[in-house]
Each structure stands twice: as C-alpha cells, then as structure tokens.
Design a protein. Structure first.
Ligand code: BV8
Length: 268
C-alpha cells in the first residue's frame, strides 16, 4: 500500500519513507492545513510551468513581459492571443491525481484551504472547496481601463496567433483576463487572508512552486514563523526549501496521493 521511499527522477535522491510518515503524522494532528500551490502543481496535467522552455510565445517572449499592463498596452492582440492559447491548453486538460488528493484531504482534516498562484481553476474542478486564487483566474474577464467585470464566452484558440481582444460593452476599453499581472497588486484582502491562514495553520503543504514570485513566495516563511510544519513537495529544491521542515522530492501527482492514502489508513 505504501511504496518504500520514492526515487526522484534525475537526482536519484530517495525521499525517505520516514519523511513522508513524519508529514502524515503532522497532518493527522492538524486542525488547519494550508496547501500552497504553484505552476508545478499543474505540470502533470500537461500545463507548462513558467520556467519550462516553451515553443511558441513562451520561447520568443518572456512571460514576465507578456503578463504585464505594459505588455498588453503595447500589443493587446499578442497578449490576448497568448492567453487564449493558454486557455485552450487548460480546456483540453484536467486536474490530476494530486489535485484530487488535495480535495480528498478535506475528508481527513478539519479544515483545508488551498492558496494557489495558479490561474487554471484545476483545484476547484478537482473538488477542493476553499480556494484562494491569489493571481486570479484565466477564465474570468474584466476590462483594461476600469476593471469592469465582463461575462463573455470567449472561444479558445489552439495557436498563440495574435488576436484582437473584444471591447468592454460599458466603457469601450479592451477586455483582458482577470488575472494579476507582474507589477499589479493582488486582490485587496485576499493576500491578507492568505497570510492570516498561513500564520495560523498547523501544516503548510507547499507544492510545485519555485518560490520566486512575491508576495506569494513569502507565505511559507509566514507559516514557519507561525510554528507550522512546512512540507514541501517539489521535483527539485526551491527558494522555499530553506523554510521547509520536510522536503518530499518528487512529482505532486505521485507524492500527494501517497500522503493521503497513508492518512486514510491511519483514520481507518
Ligand atoms: C506585486 C498570473 C506589489 C498571470 C502571475 C518590479 C516591479 C513591480 C513588481 C516587482 C518588481 N520586481 C519584483 C516585483 C514583484 C513581482 C515579482 O515577484 N517578480 C518576480 C519575477 C521577481 N511580483 C509582482 O509583481 C506581484 N505584485 O508585487 O504587487 C507591487 C506593485 C507594483 C510595484 C511594486 C510592487 C504580482 C505577481 C503575480 C504575477 N502573476 N500569474 C499569468 O499566469 O499569466 S505569476 C506566475 O508566475 C504564476 O502565477 C506563479 O506565481 C509564477 C510562477 O511561479 P511558480 O508557480 O513557482 O512556477 P515556476 O515555474 O517558477 O516553478 C515551478 C516549480 O514547480 C519549480 O520549483 C519546479 O521544480 C516544480 N515542479 C515542476 N514539476 C513539478 C514540480 N513540483 C511538483 N510536481 C511536479 N510535477
């Protein structure tokens, strides 16, 4: 039922069974668990991470230039086309066993809150019920000038060809995805909520993030300072690893189901 260790791809480092069992013991005692996820959480669903070398726009342009107000203002068709392409990728993919394991964790721990940097909506689709989308959602839209929410049905694209964005029916400005771009503030109150939960949680699972993008990257530090057991799940060490009590090296889609299966066995 429980594999002995986990040989991570490439590094050959074994994740010790003891580390997984220490993580499971902490979860078994926890009242509040925060699962903080980044792009690596969706990698096994087939969604490229920001740091993957990419074909198309991802190779030609730096996402940190496209995912900005300046990038959109400079060339709305390029940025709108890029997001439509990404929406198409997400529409053709689905949450994986790791997302489903986090949803199943809600039956085993009194309170689980997912705090995600991802904009793909996969945690909700997998069944998690309490989710803070720090960086918004690619399938929600607003206008560029006034942030008017816009409910439109946008056809997804299968290429990243430039495409003129539709226009806001209220103010005539171009429509953009309702996501947080680099240089933009996170939705007011949402990050403060995430900080409060991180400070109060008993365990923080930090899954698939390089810990490079602020302010989300500070949450594991807040959790550790608040006395939480910080468990990192990543295929390689990251900026977060300094604050992790336990580092489980391997893909989220394999490690999270193992943790949940072990916890279910304890609860049986
Ligand atoms: C802010 C939505 C206050 C859009 C994203 C100069 C001017 C202005 C701001 C800044 C500046 N310099 C720095 C900043 C702050 C900036 C920042 O942090 N920049 C970085 C680049 C240094 N932050 C901001 O701008 C934030 N706002 O600070 O507001 C402010 C305002 C004005 C002026 C000053 C300050 C807003 C940041 C939000 C940006 N939006 N997404 C979109 O998606 O298009 S960020 C985007 O990139 C993602 O959401 C995510 O947050 C980030 C990517 O990071 P990760 O998720 O960690 O993914 P990454 O690819 O890096 O790593 C993947 C990890 O997974 C790896 O570790 C890998 O090993 C692992 N992995 C891979 N496979 C697996 C796996 N793990 C497990 N299993 C696997 N199978």
């Amino acid at each position: 039922m429980f594999d002995v260790g986990y040989r991570a791809g490439g590094t050959g480092k074994l994740t010790d069974v003891e580390d997984i069992e220490t993580a499971v013991d902490a979860l078994a005692k926890a009242q509040l668990v925060v699962a903080a996820s980044g792009a690596g959480m969706s990698k096994e669903s087939g969604i490229p991470t920001f740091r993957d070398a990419q074909s198309g726009l991802w190779a030609r342009y730096n996402p940190e230039e496209l995912a900005t107000r300046q990038g959109f203002a400079q060339n709305p068709a390029r940025v709108w086309g890029w997001y439509n392409y990404r929406r198409g990728l997400i529409a053709r993919r689905a949450p994986h066993a790791g997302h489903l394991a986090l949803a199943a964790l809600e039956e085993l721990v009194p309170q689980v809150v997912v705090v995600t940097q991802n904009i793909d909506g996969f945690h909700r689709e997998a069944g998690s019920s309490t989710i803070l989308e720090l960086h918004g959602n690619i399938n929600r839209f607003k206008c560029f000038d006034q942030d008017h929410p816009v409910g439109i049905d946008v056809p997804v694209a299968d290429t990243d060809a430039e495409l003129e964005p539709p226009i806001c029916p209220r103010c005539g400005s171009p429509i953009r995805p309702d996501v947080v771009w680099f240089g933009e503030m996170l939705p007011s109150g949402l990050f403060q909520q995430a900080e409060t939960l991180s400070r109060a949680c008993d365990v923080m699972l930090v899954i698939g993030t390089s810990g490079m993008v602020q302010p989300a990257a500070g949450l594991p530090f807040v959790a550790e300072a608040g006395g939480a057991t910080v468990v990192e799940v990543n295929t390689e060490p990251s900026q977060v690893s300094h604050y992790a009590s336990i580092f489980l090296q391997g893909p989220a889609g394999e490690i999270l189901p193992q943790i949940v299966a072990r916890l279910e066995a304890l609860r049986a």
